[in-house]
Design a protein around this ligand. Structure first.
Ligand code: XMP
Length: 510
């Protein structure tokens, strides 16, 4: 990749957002920890230094060697990055005595400079810092200021080095994307060619080169990532991709057959394995949530290993890993530490785990996976699917699991989810599902007294599942759904709606 941007991470909460913005400009970029500057910089046409919770004045402040970068490759320092470029080049950074957090407006903009092309006076920017640049390095030129920040933007004379005290990546900086584009396109000369179609084309040809005529095994889950990974590999190597889709007996009603049919319609070489009995037998009597997860994980590995053995001479295991899973993070508490991935015990691993690993999506964010999927004509239905946990309904049946309980919950869940679709609410909700509670309650039906199960419905809005809030579903919808569940699902006489946010609650009940 010769049209690449390097983002050096100093531990800011916004680093991934910088990468997202750069990619929205159809320019590829990578994030690396500040203490892992690549030896070979030849593929990078620009470098961005992120913000940081550190102060440049503190002793343990990140202090990488930029001698291969500064003055040689176009460089942009953001917030801490801007202070870093001042502090270590003869400027002066000091604690700020005015509040410099939140909205501010740019003034005295040098709009004849390529960096600020199209930026209007008074443009809103977002500040988030407690130090301020009091004095710039000797050869610096101020490009803009705000009421409180005299050196809000500057550049170094004779170099393509730029620095801004505000965050161009956050939504509140109204023209932030234009500033990034000015730097990357007008100053660094990057091309805006990194589109989903281009990604598919280059990835398919790279996969062909890498895998050749070897056989590859991939576990499909029905989710977006494994589906998009499978379709990409299928484009590259066709029938040499062997997909395995396991029914653990804990999927939604009819999900196994419907999804399997869809995969076959897409032309994938997929084998559906109904291992429901193996999972449900192994789970009998287990009511501890972590115990259930362990059992499901172990049975899955056994089933997958058995199936993988049936594919003779497979050389590769494909996985739908995405970028947020592989970005090495900078620790702000325990000093600069990158995540260490150790591979102990290789001898004790199941055979399929000894295969070479291929991860075609490992440079993509989730929304990019969806866009790549759409460019390969995967149905919107599949790409817009709500997240569903790996252990499935097992963690939505509180207490022990029986086949009868799974059947009840599948019916309840189907009424709820189908209803969301019919009412046009499905796409407004991030995740939804029903929980079968381990209590019976008294009810009346006709002249009879009943003593039956209670179910809880949950629908949340979220962006990444880390925090979530309950969705204010219309009362008429809840009323209709509750009636339908109680009338149609034997064994259930009470429906409640969960109105807890995360935190302090979680999305799942187990
Ligand atoms: P919680 O309940 O922790 O869930 O708020 C956050 C997100 O993670 C999903 N989740 C799981 N996914 N295996 C998974 O693959 C699990 O064991 C698991 N537990 C929770 C949950 O559905 C939600 O999207």
């Amino acid at each position: 990749m010769q049209n690449n941007v390097l983002i050096l991470d100093f531990g800011s909460q916004y680093t991934q957002l910088i990468a997202r913005r750069v990619r929205e400009l159809n320019i590829f970029c990578e994030i690396k920890p500040y203490n892992k500057v690549p030896e070979d910089m030849s593929s990078y046409k620009a470098v961005i230094l992120s913000g940081s919770p550190f102060s440049v004045r503190s002793e343990d402040a990140p202090h990488p060697d930029l001698s291969k970068i500064k003055g040689k490759i176009p460089l942009l320092g953001v917030c801490y990055g801007a202070q870093y470029l001042a502090h270590f080049n003869g400027g002066k950074v000091e604690p700020s005595n005015t509040r410099e957090y939140g909205r501010a407006r740019l003034t005295n903009i040098k709009s004849d400079e390529p960096f600020f092309y199209g930026i209007i006076g008074g443009s809103q920017v977002w500040m988030s810092h407690s130090d301020t640049i009091q004095e710039l390095p000797e050869n610096a030129v101020v490009l803009a200021n705000t009421v409180d920040v005299k050196n809000a933007a500057y550049r170094i004379e004779g170099e393509d080095t730029y620095a801004i005290q505000f965050h161009p990546e956050v939504y509140h900086t109204s023209q932030g994307k234009i500033i990034l584009q000015n730097f990357l396109v007008h100053i660094a000369g990057l091309e805006q060619t990194w589109t989903p179609d281009a990604f598919v084309e280059t990835t398919v040809s790279e996969l062909r080169k890498k895998v050749g005529s070897d056989k590859v095994i991939l576990g499909l889950s029905g989710g977006v990532d494994s589906t998009v990974a499978a379709v990409l590999l299928h484009k590259a190597i066709g029938k040499n991709l062997h997909c395995i889709f396991v029914n653990n007996g804990l999927l939604r009603k009819n999900e196994f057959q419907e999804v399997l049919d869809q995969y076959e319609d897409m032309g994938l070489n997929v084998k559906g394995v109904d291992a429901s009995a193996r999972f449900l037998d192994a789970l009998a009597g287990e009511s501890d949530p972590e115990g259930k997860r362990k059992i499901i994980g172990k049975v899955f590995i056994d089933v997958f290993d058995d199936e993988a053995h049936l594919v003779k001479d497979a050389k590769w295991l494909a996985q739908g890993t995405i970028y947020p899973d592989v970005i090495e993070s900078v620790s702000v508490t325990g000093g600069p530490s990158a995540t260490i991935k150790s591979h102990h015990n290789v001898g004790g691993l199941p055979d399929f785990m000894k295969l070479k690993v291929v991860e075609p999506l490992k440079m993509l964010f989730k929304d990019e996976v969806r866009r790549v999927g759409a460019s390969m004509k995967i149905s919107g239905d599949r790409l817009g699917r709500h997240p569903f946990p790996g252990p499935g309904l097992a963690i939505r049946i509180l207490g022990d699991i029986t086949r009868e309980k799974v059947a009840i919950l599948q019916e309840v869940d189907a009424i709820f989810i189908d209803g969301l679709r019919e009412w046009g609410l499905y796409d407004k909700v991030w995740q939804a599902g029903a929980m079968l509670l381990p209590v019976n309650s008294v009810g009346v039906m006709g002249d009879e007294r009943t003593y039956e199960k209670c179910v809880a419905l949950r629908a949340v809005e979220s962006t990444d599942g880390m925090t979530a809030d309950w969705v204010d579903l219309p009362y008429e919808f809840l009323q209709k759904t509750s009636n339908e569940i109680i009338n149609k699902v034997p064994g259930v006489n009470r429906v409640v709606y969960d109105i807890s946010s995360k935190p302090p609650a979680t999305i799942e009940w187990e």
